[in-house]
Design a protein around this ligand. Structure first.
Ligand SMILES: *Cc1c(COP(=O)(O)O)cnc(C)c1O
Length: 398
């Protein structure tokens, strides 16, 4: 086995020499990378600023308080918790804060684009709580509000509604979904893991005013270190804090919290808004390019996108999702196979792929670059070897 230093160098090379369209990834800045590699990793700091179980937390307290203040400012929220180790941990903490084991929750179906932490049978969420799921309409591919409302009517014991998705290309009307949830006596939680950067930049409706709790990842569109974060109203502040620590975690990752603070500083700068605008414009350019090549070969779900991702039914190519993922991977183009709503194929194959714009946009790509990338994808799918073109494309960005 090569040394770890060698493997890190190879991974760095891979990341900068491939066309990466994985919608949930991004490239962090040197400032964020450096913050993670600091001596704060040596520090134990169970508790919260000013209330720790360990001594020597004077600088740790300042780091975490700074991150909390910036998160509150960025999301215009009354309270923030920056300790969750991941998006999934954020969700488990939110459930622990809001409901009791055995309580009923309404959430978005995994097979229609939801997340495993929204009640999958094999996840802690699905083991501890009773989930019922809504999906998208077969005709429009958009969240089926009738089914959402019907399930709330049929299940008057639903305590909590969870919205948010991993593979859904359209804007989510949190305001409307929250109003319907409240009419039926349920609390409302928004998981903005994928779109937190768009929300922070005003490129997607913010759920902060209408949701009881908002959870997120920090490593997707918002372009921070791997981790999670929660913002909420003061009403749930202490419940959320207790659910994160000691409810579900021990000591926080102080080095990662420092990196989250660096991420938040960046997200408050004007060029971050510009970046997120370009992310959306670039995703739209990809949707358009697929459709222009051949809408039967590449059926863009919902006909386009409002966010950073495009979902494509690729059965018209004669190949399934995993075949496309592997074939493109060999040409150094990374996408992921994805279930599409009402997918007839098993999860190991799937009828779709998901492509996203955050990574290449961070490298400076604009609409015409994304059109080129989609054309390269089509040539690769047609059997051409495009590895050299992929390589020179990446060099043209640098
Ligand atoms: C990515 C994601 C998460 C969290 O994922 P982690 O890998 O645990 O950070 C949670 N919810 C949704 C909707 C997601 O897309």
């Amino acid at each position: 086995m090569p040394t770890i230093q060698e493997l890190i160098a190879r991974e760095r090379q891979r990341q900068t020499h491939s066309i990466n369209l994985i919608a949930s990834e991004n490239f962090v800045s040197e400032a964020i990378l450096n913050a993670m590699g600091t001596v704060f990793t040596n520090k134990y700091a169970e508790g919260y600023p000013g209330k720790r179980w360990y001594g020597g937390c004077e600088f740790t307290d300042m780091v975490e308080q700074h991150a909390i203040d910036l998160a509150r400012q960025l999301f215009k929220a009354e309270h923030a918790n920056v300790q969750p180790h991941s998006g999934t941990q954020s969700n488990l903490a939110a459930y622990m804060a809001l409901i009791k084991p055995g309580d009923k929750v309404l959430a978005f179906k995994l097979e229609h684009g939801g997340h495993l932490s929204h009640g999958a049978a094999f996840n802690a969420s699905g083991k501890f709580y009773k989930f019922v799921h809504y999906g998208v309409s077969r005709e429009t591919g958009r969240i089926d509000e009738d089914e959402y409302t019907r399930l709330l009517k049929e299940n008057p014991d639903v305590k909590l509604v969870v919205t948010g998705a991993s593979s859904y290309p359209r804007a989510i009307d949190f305001k409307r979904l929250a109003a319907i949830a409240r009419e039926h006596g349920a609390m409302f939680m928004a998981d903005i893991a994928h779109i937190s950067g768009l929300v922070a930049a005003g490129e997607h409706q913010s759920p902060v005013d209408v949701a009881d709790v908002v959870t997120m990842s920090t490593h997707k569109t918002i372009r921070g270190p791997r981790g999670g974060m929660i913002v909420c109203s003061s009403k749930f502040a202490s419940k959320i804090d207790r659910a994160v620590f000691p409810g579900g975690q021990g000591g926080p990752l102080v080095h990662v919290i420092a990196a989250k603070a660096a991420m938040l500083e960046e997200a408050l700068r004007p060029d971050f808004k510009q970046y997120q605008r370009q992310v959306v414009a670039n995703a739209k350019a990809m949707a358009k390019a697929f459709t222009e090549i051949n809408p039967k070969r590449y059926r863009v779900l919902t006909g386009g996108t409002d966010n950073h991702m495009v979902m494509v039914d690729i059965t018209g190519t004669g190949k399934n999702g995993i075949e496309i993922e592997n074939l493109l991977g060999e040409q150094k183009i990374y996408v992921n196979k994805n279930f599409i709503p009402y997918d007839p194929l098993p999860v190991t194959q799937t009828s779709g792929i998901r492509v996203g714009s955050p990574l290449l946009t961070t490298l400076g790509a604009t609409e015409q670059h994304f059109t080129q990338v989609v054309q390269l994808i089509d040539r690769a799918v047609s059997g051409e070897n495009v590895a050299t073109q992929a390589q020179s494309f990446m060099e043209s960005l640098a």
